[in-house]
Write a protein of this length. Structure first.
Length: 500
């Protein structure tokens, strides 16, 4: 689906031809004598339309309005979150129908800043996404174009473009998250990364079993050894900053299927472990958005990808492996495999002398218990980084919540046979997992996002959410703004402004 931004006053919106006109109506609307304002006023007065977030009223072939269908939708006091609720509700009524061209009217909103624009466009993109990769009969998407109508397109342009780039990243993350493990192997994920390298300033390097062995990634290799699918270690680069700018490194857990290995999982809902590469998918999605938006900063994406399978060659509980860092790990539970692939990727990240490293992983069922599907778990050894990510989450409506990292939580990771065990007891499982990772992230500012509860939905709406691409992109763009501010400052002379 395409998006277009247009300046359309209320009166002009009435004459805009389209299949469906979605009008976001806040509690307080300035009165007007155009057809739309009169309609909104009459509908509210009659009691048929409530302006509460997500409440709908539809009209058909309305006199004085060129759109075939008009969908009035309430946005309450008009917060970005309410805008999202409203657009989701309105798009829900459009989705099954025949509408090809939709006008999404934000012109009635008193406050229509970048966050409102983003909420509207992302909700629209979310509704327009549909999965078809493994269906025999593909229904072509009806919805072709959404025109976003605002009071001033010039003012809204930057926010609009950012949101449209973000939608592409979210859609890519959803797509790879949703593909089943036989259609999203580590090799195929590497292929998706290769595709991204067609975007300006994006480069990719793919490492296979030989290279990974040479690097000494014994922990990552141990997880992969039970699978027929060869592992891949994906290294993405986005070179938008100066060569001398320290990059942000994103590390995404890329377990394309998690059976649990020898510590095998129960059968019920095991299919959902195809989503165990959603961290990796979010890194791909973030790079897609970077390629679209071209911000001025450097970003590295690292994806350790393999399957976790039971097999004659698989790791067994009690096995001890040597990680790339040199630390030995006693694998007490082969189902705690995410941390085993991430720890080597974190060690690999050291070579980039990063300004920050953020790993993203569907790491623990315990995080689902703690925070549910609303907020991702955030763990960080660096208060400033934690605050930036928390703020980015709030601004992008892709929320997270900071969790503790007290040293006492690491007690359970002690091992009699290695430097560290890969699991502690059941209690505080998301924190002990983070404590394990922290041992490999001592050399840089580090944060860990546990997205086990937020990356996909179960039940009838089963599917990837594309989270936390919005949070990551929000954070990265803020970092880019900071970098530009620094390089603009009349500090020491730069030798050469090399741009890749
Ligand atoms: N991929 C799972 C985490 C997971 C489980 C995410 C359920 C979403 C829903 C991870 O690899 C895992 O199996 N973790 C174990 C760790 C345990 C063995 C310490 C878990 O959470 O049960
Ligand atoms: Mn597991
Ligand atoms: Zn897993």
């Amino acid at each position: 689906m395409d998006f277009e931004l247009k300046t359309l006053t209320r009166a002009r919106v009435c004459t805009e031809k389209c299949d469906a006109l979605v009008v976001l109506v806040p509690l307080n609307v300035e009165e007007g004598d155009d057809t739309l304002s009169v309609l909104v006023e009459a509908a509210t007065q009659s009691g048929d339309f409530e302006r509460k977030p997500g409440k709908l009223l539809q009209t058909y072939r309305t006199t004085g309005i060129a759109a075939t269908r008009v969908i009035l939708v309430g946005t309450g006091e008009g917060s970005a979150k309410n805008v999202r609720t409203a657009v989701t509700a309105a798009m829900g009524t459009i989705k099954g129908g025949n509408a090809q061209r939709v006008v999404l009217c934000l012109s009635l909103l008193k406050e229509a800043g970048a966050s409102h624009m983003q909420a509207a466009v992302v909700a629209c993109g979310d509704a327009a996404y549909s999965y078809s990769a493994t269906k025999s009969k593909v229904q072509p998407a009806k919805l072709q174009r959404t025109v976003v109508a605002v009071a001033s397109a010039a003012e809204a342009k930057a926010g609009f473009e950012k949101a449209v780039g973000l939608v592409k990243g979210i859609a890519l993350a959803k797509e790879w998250g949703n593909r089943p493990s036989n259609h999203a192997t580590p090799v195929m994920l590497a292929g998706a990364a290769r595709e991204l390298a067609k975007l300006p300033r994006v480069k990719v390097e793919i490492l296979g079993p030989k290279e990974v062995a040479k690097l000494g990634m014994g922990s990552f290799m141990a997880v992969a050894q039970g699978s027929e699918e060869p592992l891949r270690f994906i290294v993405l680069r986005y070179d938008g900053g100066l060569k001398s700018d320290a990059p942000v490194v994103l590390v995404g857990k890329g377990i394309t299927f998690d059976t649990g290995g020898i510590s095998i999982k129960p059968a019920s809902e095991m299919d959902e472990m195809k989503f165990d590469m959603c961290g990796a998918a979010s890194v791909l999605g973030a790079f897609r958005a970077l390629g679209e938006l071209q911000p001025k900063l450097n970003v590295i994406g690292l994806i350790p990808s393999c399957e976790n399978m039971p097999d004659g060659k698989a790791i067994k509980p009690g096995d001890v492996v040597t990680s790339m860092s040199g630390q030995t790990i006693e694998i007490l539970n082969t189902d705690a495999e995410g941390r085993l692939v991430l720890c080597d990727a974190l060690t690999y990240a050291e070579r980039f002398k990063p300004r920050a490293v953020v790993d993203i992983a569907t790491l623990t069922g315990a995080c689902v218990v703690a925070l549910g599907a609303v907020r991702s778990g955030l763990f960080s050894s660096d208060d400033a980084l934690a605050q930036s990510l928390l703020n980015a989450g709030e601004r992008s409506l892709d929320l997270c919540w900071r969790m503790p990292l007290d040293e006492d939580y690491a007690d359970g990771l002690k091992s009699n046979f290695a430097d560290v065990a890969n699991v502690a007891g059941r209690a505080g499982g998301s924190v002990t997992a983070a404590k394990f990772l922290q041992r490999f992230a001592a050399k840089f500012a580090w944060a860990h996002l546990d997205i086990a509860g937020t990356a996909w939905k179960s039940g009838a709406a089963k599917g990837s959410t594309g989270r936390p691409v919005a949070l990551l992109v929000e954070y990265l763009l803020e970092q880019a703004a900071k970098t530009t501010a620094v390089s603009k400052a009349p500090a020491k002379k730069r030798v050469k402004t090399v741009r890749a």
